[in-house]
Design a protein around this ligand. Structure first.
Ligand code: ADP
Length: 511
């Protein structure tokens, strides 16, 4: 059979290994999780930019098409107009009034004379001069249309024919404002979603924007192409949370949740590791307990048997020796009874079956009774016993039997854990609403770190000091349980090598 300590050690080593393996797996998981989150963030960003570029391209196509249609429409209109026999400035004025997109219209003959408007302004004259300079002769001969950039204006020029067959150059200039308001707005409506779409001219000025551009970030552009050379459609991400921010936020939330998960896993692992360690420690303590109790049972039994047999054989002639043998038998039987009572009470406490019969009782008789029961062991150990019970101590609500068992355990410990200086002081005093019953020895003492653990079941202080001293590790557990059942508590003051004082605090009012 493997010994329980070895088994416990093996178990805790296995526990450490499992803990390490799971912690490693959790760390790998954390790194992988972090990497895939980063990747997700990058691909979301790429996707977002690509989508914005596609949208800009689509918008540019749509705007280009609409503009081309508007141009066709305007040119067809002016051709029809010029072909009218009653062509006059008034007729052109009327036509323009119905076409808000045409900001300015000019009709020139081949010699560059301005036929419309009848009274050109200085602005008009400048524009006309540029048009005549830039329109190639070929246009007059071949016909067709031509787009010219004059300053910030785009002029559409085409050769048209009058009713009499004469050639005229029609130059139409778009109204940017209206273009924005009426044409871009309608064309780009419903396209942008949350983004802002803008039309930007050659010098990067915004001709039209579907929303406010303050703080917005340009994410993609697409050229308008032939209809409006040098103009662009620009896609903006408005100020405030962008899809990228949303992705980042989501990534942060995931990272947080993941970290939390890892923390929970680690905490769970640590908790189960501690539980396993506690369990194996408990298994070890239980095994010690069984060994100690068996040993404790065996020693008095051997003594009783040996002295009993000697007496039975009638070998002892003198009376005082015989009496001494009888005393040993009685003493050892008492020790056996105490041990068995302790074990039985402990098992009753463990199963929650222990009951106490608490009645107002005097303290002194209980103290005397316990000291009397230990008279022999105390005397044999050479103990000097001082008892100081305050006179007129009130009665205390208690189960006298249980309290004497607790005191008995304390006296037994004082005897067991005393070395050269053998003194026992028993003290009972009233302090406010409680009676303090203390037992002080000058024995080996208890290290400060152990003073709470000694009350745990099966717990015995460090192997070397207690080794050789019989004990089961449940004596103080019983003491603690008994006083707590009386609504009190037990305290200990001790110094290694300097002795210990255990005090039972028993309340005067029933709990
Ligand atoms: P045990 O049967 O081992 O005496 P207890 O529960 O009575 O079990 O005590 C627990 C441990 O507390 C003991 O093993 C011992 O190490 C320590 N202890 C208890 N009383 C004293 C004391 N008076 N002096 C020194 N150590 C003590």
């Amino acid at each position: 059979m493997r010994n329980p300590v070895g088994r416990a050690r093996g178990e805790s080593r296995r526990g450490v290994l499992v803990l390490g393996a799971v912690a490693l797996a959790a760390a790998v998981l954390a790194v992988l999780g972090y990497l895939s989150l980063r990747q997700w963030e990058t691909s979301a960003e790429l996707l977002f930019r690509e989508q914005a570029r596609d949208m800009a391209r689509m918008a540019a196509e749509k705007v280009g098409m609409t503009l081309a249609m508007a141009e066709d429409d305007a040119l067809a209109g002016i051709q029809e107009l010029v072909a009218r026999p009653d062509l006059s400035p008034r007729v052109v004025d009327d036509w323009r009034a119905g076409r808000p997109l045409v900001a300015r219209a000019y009709l020139l003959d081949r010699q560059g004379r301005v036929l419309y408007p009848p009274a050109p302004s200085a602005d008009d004259a400048e524009l006309v001069a540029r048009v005549t300079a830039e329109v190639p002769q070929g246009l007059w001969d071949r016909g067709g249309r031509r787009r010219l950039v004059a300053g910030d204006k785009i002029v559409l020029a085409a050769v048209v024919r009058t009713a009499s067959g004469a050639q005229l150059l029609a130059a139409l200039c778009r109204d940017h404002d209206r273009l924005g308001r009426e044409l871009f707005e309608k064309t780009l409506e419903g396209l942008e979603g949350k983004s802002v779409v803008a039309v930007v001219d050659g010098s990067n000025r915004t001709v039209f924007a579907s929303g406010p551009l303050d703080g917005a970030e340009r994410v993609a552009t697409a050229p308008l192409g032939g209809v409006h050379p040098a103009w662009h459609i620009a896609f903006y991400q408005p100020a405030g949370p962008s899809p990228r921010d949303t992705v980042r936020r989501q990534a942060a939330v995931f990272t947080g949740a993941f970290a939390l998960l890892l923390v929970v896993i680690v905490l769970g692992l640590v908790a189960s590791y501690r539980l396993v360690r506690r369990e194996s420690e408990m298994a070890r303590l239980k095994a010690d307990f069984v060994a100690n109790v068996s040993h404790d049972l065996k020693t008095p039994l051997s003594l009783i048997r040996m002295f009993g047999e000697t007496l039975e054989m009638n070998r002892i002639a003198d009376e005082p020796t015989r009496r001494e043998y009888y005393r040993v038998i009685t003493r050892e039987s008492e020790r056996l009874t105490r041990l068995i009572d302790n074990v039985l009470d402990f098992s009753r406490i463990e199963s929650g079956r222990q009951r106490y019969d608490i009645v107002p009782s005097a303290v002194e008789p209980v103290v005397q009774e316990v000291l009397e029961a230990f008279r022999h062991p105390l005397a044999q150990g050479g103990f000097k016993v001082d008892v100081d019970v305050e006179p007129d101590l009130p009665e205390v609500p208690m189960d006298p039997e249980a309290i004497s068992q607790a005191l008995g355990n304390l006296v037994d410990n004082a005897i067991k854990y005393s070395a050269e200086r053998r003194r026992l002081a028993v003290n009972a005093r009233r302090h406010g609403h409680e009676v303090r019953l203390s037992l002080e020895d000058e024995g080996i003492g208890i290290p400060p770190a152990e003073t709470t653990r000694i009350f745990e079941k099966f717990y015995r202080v460090g192997r070397s000091e207690t080794q050789g001293r019989r004990g089961s590790g449940v004596g103080l557990t019983l003491v603690k349980h008994i006083v707590e059942a009386h609504g009190g508590r037990v305290t200990v003051e001790s110094r290694p090598g300097g002795g210990s004082r255990f005090t039972l605090h028993l309340p005067l009012e029933p709990a």
